[in-house]
Each structure stands twice: as structure tokens, then as C-alpha cells.
Design a protein around this ligand. Structure first.
Ligand SMILES: NC(=O)c1ccc[n+]([C@@H]2O[C@H](COP(=O)([O-])OP(=O)(O)OC[C@H]3O[C@@H](n4cnc5c(N)ncnc54)[C@H](OP(=O)(O)O)[C@@H]3O)[C@@H](O)[C@H]2O)c1
Length: 284
């Protein structure tokens, strides 16, 4: 077992992060790179991917100039990937091997949101969202899993959600997909551990990003969320990233099939009365 902070080191590891060009995926990619990994970030929009790669390289260079100077390979590379396409996913995994020679960590952070009353939800819209979140994660897990099985080592991290556990109103397709992510995570954790692959999920609370900013920032829904969050604020993408580093590292070598909730206490809040007048410190 590694000692001290080195048990959280990802030195020598290679990570593929889908949805890694923005939001939570980008924060995870940057944190993994800063902890020693080489990262390949991917999404459909190549301009976003290129910007993310630059941001990660700059961040690591500012913090660890000697590492960058000594390294023959770049710390970050990018690829256009559509997780809804078999061939695109296969191509991306091949590209990781071309660039870095191995693949140790897969983070499935690609995602989309659809808020609509369920009576109005078309099956095609439901299937489209499911194809990105669930079938997309499955595709990436299978493509990466083949390599990890050959290496007899690998870590998969799926992005679940608070809506894997509780209803968030008019997001039935998203909630169904995020609930299925828990099942996929448990299935792989059980089925692939014998190949040296650990599979876990992270369930973030409310983090304003491109996927949900309009829904929760300055809205009535956002206010109600904050009233039910004991920490009384939204999360930041960087606050999710540490959990991904932990799950990918040797510090989590016996963690498999777990979903780590990071939500400022939202799920724990029950009736959410921590801000009621009678619960304030000066009312005692
Ligand atoms: N933010 C939150 O509060 C929150 C809470 C719980 C869970 N999550 C989950 O966390 C993950 C990351 O979301 P985020 O909040 O970071 O939102 P985000 O910034 O919008 O990131 C999602 C990324 O996924 C990419 N993407 C969408 N469809 C794709 C596809 N078919 N193939 C490849 N990439 C695709 C998007 O880029 P392109 O459009 O360029 O492809 C985008 O960069 C998602 O799974 C989300 O459901 C977020």
C-alpha cells in the first residue's frame, strides 16, 4: 500500500474522460492531471475540447513546471467523441492507446438534460437521452473494459445524480437514466472485479454547469433546492473532482460498486427544515 499523499497519486495512469471538455468532467480531468495522470478529454464539440486541453496543460504547467519539462508526452490530449455512436467510442479508445499506450481510468461524464412534463415526453426523446447516459456509458465501459481486462487492472467511474435517488419533477427521462446508471455500476462491479476492474459511481448534488444553469440559477426551483440543502449553497465542479481522484487511486483499492453522494447534505435533509425560523441558532 502506498503511503501518505502518494496513495492518492495517479502518476503513470492514463484516463479517458467523456464529457471532459466542460463542467464536472473538465474539473475531474484537470484534477486527475494535477495528481499525475495523463488525460484524454472528449466530447462532440472539438473547439470545446481544444480549449479544455489548453486549460489543463496550463494548470499543470503552472503547478508542476518540472514535470511538464521532463515529460515526453503531453499531460492532456483531446478527441471528438460521440458516446451515442459505437464507431466513435471505439475510435476514441484507439486514440487513447495511440497517444498514451494504455488506459487505466474511464470517467463517463458525457450527459444531457431534458425537463418536460412526462405526458408530453416522446419515446424518441426518452430513448435519445437514455442512449447518451446509459447506453453511452455501457459502450465506453465495454470498449475500455476490453483493454482493462487484458491489463487485469482498471477503474471505471460513472456519473449518477441526486435523481438516481429522489424525484426532481418533470425530468423522468433523466431520472430513469441516472437510476439505470446505478444498476450498470453495480452490475460491472460484480461482473468485472475478477478482471481487476473496479466500478463505482459519483452522484453529485446541484452544481451549476451548462447542463442545468438555466434551471437552477436565480429560479424558484433553485431557491427551493437551496432551502433543502443544509450547506445552503450549490456545489462547484472542483468539489466533485476530489472524489473521482480518490476512487481512481490506490486509496480506494477495495471500493467497488459504491455510489459516492456529494451534495452538501441534500439527500440527508429530509423535510428540509434546517432553515426554518425555529431551527436557527439565535432562537435557542
Ligand atoms: N451539474 C450537476 O448538477 C450534475 C448533477 C448530477 C449529475 N451530473 C452529471 O454529471 C455529468 C456532467 O455534467 P455537467 O454538469 O458537467 O454538464 P456539462 O458541462 O454540460 O457536461 C456534459 C458534457 O457532455 C458532453 N456530451 C453531451 N452529449 C454527448 C455525447 N453524445 N457524446 C459525448 N459527449 C457528450 C457535452 O459536450 P458536447 O455537447 O460538446 O458533446 C458536455 O461537455 C453528466 O452526466 C450529468 O448528468 C451533473
Amino acid at each position: 500500500m502506498a503511503s501518505g499523499t502518494s496513495m492518492f497519486s495517479l502518476s503513470g495512469k492514463v484516463a479517458l474522460i467523456t464529457g471532459g471538455a466542460s463542467g464536472i468532467g473538465l474539473a475531474i480531468a484537470e484534477a486527475m492531471a494535477r495528481c499525475g495522470a495523463k488525460v484524454m478529454v472528449g466530447s462532440r464539440t472539438i473547439e470545446k475540447v481544444e480549449g479544455a486541453v489548453k486549460q489543463i496543460r496550463r494548470a499543470v504547467e503552472a503547478e508542476q513546471p518540472q514535470r511538464i519539462a521532463d515529460d515526453t508526452e503531453p499531460v492532456a490530449a483531446g478527441i471528438s467523441i460521440d458516446v451515442a455512436s459505437d464507431s466513435s467510442v471505439e475510435h476514441a479508445v484507439e486514440k487513447v492507446i495511440d497517444n498514451f499506450g494504455r488506459l487505466d481510468i474511464l470517467v463517463n461524464s458525457a450527459g444531457m438534460m431534458l425537463k418536460k412534463p412526462t405526458f408530453e415526453l416522446a419515446a424518441e426523446e426518452f430513448n435519445n437521452l437514455y442512449n447518451t447516459h446509459v447506453t453511452g456509458s455501457l459502450r465506453c465501459c465495454q470498449a475500455a473494459g476490453h483493454l482493462m481486462r487484458e491489463q487485469h487492472a482498471g477503474v471505471i467511474i460513472n456519473l449518477a445524480s441526486i435523481s438516481s435517488f429522489v424525484d426532481l419533477v418533470e425530468v423522468a427521462s433523466y431520472a430513469s437514466a441516472k437510476s439505470a446508471i446505478l444498476g450498470l455500476t453495480r452490475s460491472l462491479a460484480n461482473e468485472w472485479a475478477k478482471y481487476g476492474i473496479r466500478t463505482n459511481a459519483i452522484a453529485p448534488g446541484f452544481v451549476p454547469t451548462d447542463i442545468n444553469r438555466k434551471m437552477i440559477e436565480g429560479t424558484d426551483r433553485g431557491r427551493r433546492i437551496l432551502e433543502h440543502t443544509p450547506m445552503a449553497r450549490f456545489g462547484k465542479a472542483e468539489e466533485i473532482a476530489g472524489a473521482a481522484v480518490y476512487l481512481a487511486s490506490s486509496a480506494a483499492s477495495f471500493v467497488n460498486g459504491h455510489t459516492l453522494v456529494i451534495d452538501g447534505g441534500y439527500l440527508a435533509s429530509g423535510i428540509g427544515d434546517s432553515f426554518a425560523p425555529w431551527a436557527q441558532p439565535d432562537s435557542e
